[in-house]
Design a protein around this ligand. Structure first.
Ligand code: SAM
Length: 256
């Protein structure tokens, strides 16, 4: 995938592409990227990229001319072009999966109060929000979007890791443990250590359902709450339900 990210501060984005899994994905040719400084497309003496908002109100807005030129140079129209904005459509795992199948993507990072609406109407194909909160600028949101997308591309990380993740089956991921089996008086559940794969799979599914019910009940839909899952859910609730983080520890401390 060819990623082109337009920003007024591309240096914020640079190190992300030069480390860890992304660095390997670039070296292996899975990802090509280009970081564009929007200011390079401002033609006035001071390379001005913002101006006051018509009609009044606090703050400045990104001007249309430099954005228009920068987006055109990045291949718009004719390429999927995202503006990251809190007033966009919410990023979900299935939206990231859809975008991961594109051959190329242009991402525009906003600043100040955002960008002139005419740019959104003429150049943007997707307005995407990473969550219901307001960041001071689009660079962090763009990196969240890129990270959610590129790891889904074939060859970047193992398919097996992706299959068991939160949202992959419409549920949150179950709790996981590593050595030692007993840590600070808290023991890994016996079933997880049992070596019985069928029982472990059943325990994990129950834990996933319980966690989803506790934190994100709206994710439990008709599709993932099929008959057998509903039965597992009833069983799991009878067995004690979901433990909020910290509750095992605090009950242990009280006993001591
Ligand atoms: N005036 C805008 C509003 O109320 O919707 C907020 C602008 S925000 C201070 C500046 C920039 O940060 C935005 O243009 C956008 O690029 C980015 N941004 C902030 N929050 C975001 C979010 N939740 N998702 C995606 N981008 C976000």
């Amino acid at each position: 995938m060819k990623l082109t990210i337009l920003s007024l501060f591309p240096e914020i984005l640079k190190t992300y592409f030069e480390a860890s899994i992304m660095k390997r994905a670039v070296a292996a040719g899975h990802v090509e990227y280009s970081l564009v400084n929007i200011r390079d497309y401002a033609t006035d003496k001071h390379h001005k990229c913002d101006d006051e908002v018509f009609g009044g109100g606090a703050g400045m807005l990104m001007k249309p001319e430099p954005l228009d030129k920068a987006l055109e140079a990045a291949g718009s129209p004719g390429i999927r072009t995202v503006y990251v904005t809190p007033s966009g459509r919410l990023l979900t795992q299935s939206y990231a999966e859809e975008l991961s199948r594109e051959a190329g993507l242009v991402i525009l990072c906003g600043r100040y109060e955002g960008v002139d609406q005419r740019i959104i109407e003429s150049r943007i194909t997707d307005e995407i929000s990473i969550g219901d909160y307001v960041l001071s600028s689009g660079e962090v949101a763009a990196l969240v979007l890129v990270d959610a997308i590129y790891r889904l591309m074939p060859g970047v990380i193992s398919g097996e890791s992706l299959e068991e993740e939160s949202f992959s089956k419409g549920l949150l991921e179950y709790p996981q443990y590593t050595r030692p089996a007993l840590y600070d008086t808290i023991r890994v559940p016996d079933v997880v250590l049992s070596g019985n794969h069928a029982q472990i799979a059943r325990w994990r599914l129950k834990a996933s359902i319980l966690k989803t019910l506790a934190y994100r009940p709206e994710l439990l839909t008709k599709d993932n709450l099929a008959e057998d899952i509903a039965r597992l859910l009833r069983e799991a609730i009878d067995e004690g339900g979901w433990h909020e983080p910290g509750t095992v520890h605090s009950s242990r401390t009280n006993e001591e």
